[in-house]
Structure formats: C-alpha cells, structure tokens
Design a protein around this ligand. Structure first.
Ligand code: S3P
Length: 170
C-alpha cells in the first residue's frame, strides 16, 4: 500500500540529497522541497551570506522553522540540510510524519566532494581531518533514520530505485 508520508532525505553535505530528491519526486509524482532553497528564498540571501552576516546560530533557527513547516506537510520529497537531522525537534518531526532515508557514503567520498567548497560555509574552513570527525559525530545521529542507503557502489538510478521500492511497499 502506498503511504502518503513524506520522504525525507538526510545525510552530509555532498551526499546528493537535492539531485536525487528532484528525480525521485518526479518518479513518484510527489512535490520536491529543498530546505536550503526555501531558506534562501525566505531570507533573500545565499546560505553562505546568511552564515557570514548573521552566524550559524541564526541560520539554525531559520533552518528549524522552515524544516518543521515543510516536514509537517504531506506527499513531498524533502531534502534536508546536512545539519537538519541533528536538531532534536526536526528529528522528532521526521519520525512522526516522514520516512527518512540516510544517503550514506564513505567518508573519503564526502571529503573529496566538499573539501574547500565555497558553496558550503560550514566546510570551507575545515581540514580533511575535521570533516572526518564531523562525519563520525553526525553518522551516529544519521543512523537514527528509518533507512540507511549505502550509496558508494550504486549509481543514481539504483539509489532512487531502492528508495522507491521501500516507499511503495511501506
Ligand atoms: C549544512 C549543510 C548545508 C546547509 C548549510 C549547513 C550542514 O546543506 O544547510 O550549509 O550543517 O551540514 P547541504 O547538506 O544541502 O549541503
């Protein structure tokens, strides 16, 4: 039986939540919501500008407000920011109203993708070792999601098919 719960994609920066979410939403005929994009629209600023101008705490407050709003909807594929699931209120709402999928990649894969990335204010000043530590810490929390998709040996289509199978038979 098909669920009308949201699908929420979680995982580190660079795990492909947005690009996979977009294709998945089309395949399942669900609405796609990219939380980072919604934050940028509501603040009329790029995420990196929000971090520079107002700092991380301010960003996290807006992230919580916007994430809770969209997570409480229905029939959506939601791409959460990499730090979203770390927030207890956001995590509770995910548990209540969504099926959560952790896009899990090897640490080296993520480090390669985000090291020194200008688009990612949280990663730009981190060494590879610091990104690795952040990944270790966050993975403990990401593992509280409903499903873990081990992505390294899969291509995009295979990742999407796995999520679809789980969602459609839930
Ligand atoms: C962040 C991840 C980013 C964005 C912000 C903070 C994080 O989203 O929300 O830069 O704390 O991991 P993506 O995971 O979509 O890159």
């Amino acid at each position: 039986m098909k669920s009308n719960k949201n699908i929420v994609l979680i995982g580190m920066m660079g795990s492909g939540k947005s690009s996979i979410g977009k294709i998945l939403s089309r395949k399942l005929n669900l609405t796609f919501v990219d939380i980072d994009q919604k934050i940028e629209e509501s603040e009329d600023s790029k995420i990196s500008e929000i971090f520079t101008k107002y700092g991380e705490d301010y960003f996290r407050k807006i992230e919580e407000k916007i994430s809770l709003k969209f997570l409480s909807s229905e029939n959506s594929v939601i791409s959460l920011g990499g730090g979203g699931f770390i927030n207890t209120s956001i995590r509770k709402m995910c548990k209540k109203n969504c099926l959560s999928f952790w896009l899990d990649w090897k640490n080296e894969t993520i480090i390669k993708r985000i090291y020194k990335s200008k688009k990612r204010p949280l990663a730009i000043n981190l060494t590879k070792g610091q990104i690795n530590n952040l990944l270790k810490e966050r993975s403990k929390v990401y593992s509280l999601s409903n499903y873990r998709i081990i992505c390294d040996k899969l291509d995009k289509v295979e990742i999407i098919n796995k999520i679809t199978e789980i969602y459609e038979y839930k």
